[in-house]
Write a protein that binds this ligand. Structure first.
Ligand code: SAM
Length: 277
């Protein structure tokens, strides 16, 4: 008998993958957590029925959420990730030579532990890297309690449901602003330009109320709804488009992000540019 997994991405659209087995399922205090083995994308982390990451395409999202901001800041020594319990974003951050400390603030300890067990290629940096500090905490509370502390904050959240709803609010972005140093930068994943135009518009407006430089960029992630994914960057001082190409750090292991992509990702097709007009 063939086994298939479907994520209903909208009331009218889904993604369906043939699977060989379910490696893990559990109900955590925050969400339904599963790891499944798919034929096309390899192991896949699923939360509340929604694809979070897969072995085959995780590099796009993780490189793009991390390196654009890290290369925009001239000295990103202290970086925080909110969410991101699979460890992929932290793995990218610690590649950057100027980073001295990478703090992961994930609300659900089980996501971290299950990722270490079933997705070690993604979670490797959570296992004994001296630059990494893992804190099991609510990111909303953390930013309220840590002012002026970070050079870069990356919001690697789930979709705006459950504990992540507030991670898209104006109040939260204000607290992120205050948690950054005077020249800090934030970036958030802001969903699909085909299916989530309101989320993008609202996040862009809310981030823009706090940050003098606000820019939208995108990348192609096949297992995310519609395959096209956006990120919104808010910066107090440094503009990602003013970076000198020769200063951009590209780790030899990168599979997506490079100096051309750094700028190209901000070149928006009309239908995306329209969302933030
Ligand atoms: N790359 C993914 C995506 O866009 O589908 C996101 C991956 S990561 C697994 C998202 C994490 O955010 C989850 O593990 C979830 O527990 C965490 N999270 C949700 N709300 C949070 C909060 N308020 N504070 C900290 N972490 C939170």
């Amino acid at each position: 008998m063939e086994l298939w997994f479907t994520e209903k991405q909208t009331p009218n659209v889904g993604i369906t993958c043939k699977i060989t087995k379910t490696l893990h399922t559990e109900t955590t205090p925050f969400q339904e957590l599963a790891v499944i083995e798919t034929l096309q994308f390899g192991r896949m982390l699923v939360l509340d029925g929604m694809v979070q990451t897969t072995i085959a395409d995780e590099f796009v999202y993780h490189e793009m959420i991390a390196h654009v901001a890290l290369n925009t800041h001239p000295n990103p020594e202290k970086v925080m990730v909110i969410g991101g319990g699979d460890g992929g974003t932290i793995r990218e951050i610690v590649k950057h030579p100027k980073v001295k400390k990478a703090v992961l603030v994930e609300i659900d300890e089980r996501v971290i532990e299950v990722s270490k067990q079933y997705l070690p290629e993604i979670a490797a940096a959570l296992m004994g890297n001296p630059k990494v500090e893992v804190r099991v905490e609510d990111g909303i509370k953390h930013v309220k309690e840590h002012k002026g502390e970070y050079d870069v904050i990356i919001i690697d959240s789930t979709e705006p449901v459950g504990p992540a709803v507030e991670l898209f609010s104006e109040d939260f972005y204000k607290n992120v602003y205050e948690s950054l140093k005077e020249d800090g930068i934030m970036v958030a994943q802001t969903e699909s330009p085909f299916f989530n135009r309101d989320i993008i518009k609202n996040s862009f407006t809310r981030i823009g109320k706090n940050f003098p430089i606000t820019r939208l960029y995108f990348a192609t992630v096949p297992t995310y709804p519609s395959g096209v994914w956006t990120f919104t960057l808010g910066s107090k001082k440094f503009d990602p488009l003013a970076v000198k190409k020769e200063d951009i750090f590209v780790d030899p292991s990168n599979k997506y992000y490079n100096a051309e992509v750094h700028f190209g990702a901000f070149m928006l097709p009309n239908f995306i540019a329209e969302i933030i007009k």
